[in-house]
Design a protein around this ligand. Structure first.
Ligand SMILES: [Cu+2]
Length: 119
């Protein structure tokens, strides 16, 4: 999925569910089947606020959640997980700055996700 499609989806999802989480919310993103699956949006898009945690939960295979290269991140670093390869593996990324964080899997470049973080 390329970035323009992602941005369109972000706008659509944001329109239906504006940043309505509370500080300190933990968002679960299941990593499986070559996809990131946010439990709330049902998509690779996580809507968060500063102070929230995004928990990447291993759901199969060998994957990472890695921000940075090519990222649209503004004012902060994205997730930087180790390889999640065991049942029960969880990597927690705390959002410390508002912005849009893109991330990918270092093993499977076709896996992409976005965290959109408001204040
Ligand atoms: Cu992967």
């Amino acid at each position: 999925m390329d970035i323009p499609i992602f941005v369109t989806i972000v706008l659509l999802v944001a329109g239906h569910a504006p940043f309505d989480t509370q500080d300190g919310t933990t968002h679960q993103v299941i990593v499986r089947d070559f996809e990131y699956h946010d439990g709330t949006t049902g998509t690779p898009i996580t809507l968060a606020r500063v102070g929230d945690v995004v928990a990447f939960v291993h759901g199969g295979g060998f994957h990472t959640a890695t921000g940075g290269v090519g990222s649209l991140a503004l004012g902060g670093d994205g997730p930087d997980s180790p390889i999640l390869d065991d049942e029960g593996d969880v990597y927690e990324f705390r959002v410390t700055a508002a912005g849009t964080y893109t991330y990918t899997c270092l093993i499977h470049a076709e896996m992409n996700g976005i965290i959109v973080a408001g204040r």
